[in-house]
Design a protein around this ligand. Structure first.
Ligand code: C5P
Length: 241
């Protein structure tokens, strides 16, 4: 089975989140940020532009993580994944808490595509604090146990990896194996703002924990010098050894 995913250098492990409200702004950043090879497109940018953004990125030779965070019944998610096969996408996110049937349906559809898409299951939003986890979601157990449990479920259902906080990355690798991809958002290089994120890590911490990919948005996109910000993150990743 041919995969669209072959991580190599440190720079290739950074997925830049194109959280823009206009396609031109997004493409301007991509053009400036020539060392970046992997970009995340989500509902925010799609709602403000068109699916043409995905083809435009592919034509520029970039890999695409389509972060739609699908959350629906098995038939709907399976058919959605099939329809997404028409786009040159490397990976797609589905919420792990949709359960085993939806996850398996997503994986089945993704694997049936002429050019398979990786399915990355979202375990826990990095914006969710411990108190929101307990008081608002009313989930028993610790956030760490919850993330590990959903990672194991996702792997059992055939997902290629999970999106998870850096704090849980090493235990996911331990129970799910090193081949199971762990994608870490909530990345904040030293000295940058927390914004609305709760479960944070520096680039070095995420790499040390075993992250395969780091999702980075505002630390790059809101910087007055995105290229320098990107290269600083690569440096911080390298300092993790
Ligand atoms: O700007 P910042 O680096 O905080 O952006 C993080 C990006 O990662 C956002 O696009 C957000 O949608 C995404 N994300 C996240 N937490 C998850 C999954 C995705 O923050 N669990």
């Amino acid at each position: 089975m041919e995969s669209r995913l072959q991580p190599i250098s440190r720079a290739d492990r950074i997925i830049v989140a194109l959280d823009f409200d206009c396609q031109d702004d997004a493409l301007r950043l991509v053009e400036r940020l020539s060392p970046a090879t992997f970009f995340k497109v989500g509902p925010r940018l799609l709602a403000a532009s068109s699916w043409g953004i995905v083809n435009a990125l592919a034509e520029m030779g970039k890999k695409i993580f389509l972060d739609l965070k699908l959350h629906d019944i098995p038939t709907t998610v399976g058919a959605t994944v099939t329809n997404l096969g028409r786009y040159p996408v490397t990976a797609l996110s589905v919420h792990a808490c949709t359960g085993s049937e939806t996850l398996k349906s997503a994986v089945r559809s993704a694997r049936s595509l002429p050019s398979p898409i990786q399915i990355w299951a979202v375990t826990l939003l990095t914006s969710l604090s411990d108190s929101a986890f307990v008081d608002e979601l009313m989930i028993n157990g610790s956030p760490g146990d919850y993330v590990e449990h959903l990672a194991v479920l996702s792997r059992y259902c055939g997902a290629d990896g999970v999106v998870a906080p850096a704090t849980e990355t090493s235990r996911i690798k331990e129970v799910c194996g090193n081949e199971f991809v762990v994608v870490v958002p909530g990345i904040r290089p030293s000295g940058t703002r927390r914004d609305d994120q709760s479960r944070l890590a520096t680039p070095a911490e995420a790499i040390r924990a075993g992250a395969d990919f780091l999702v980075v948005g505002r630390a790059i996109t809101a910087s007055h010098d995105p290229v320098a910000a990107f290269l600083r993150i690569v440096d911080e990743m390298s300092s993790a050894g």
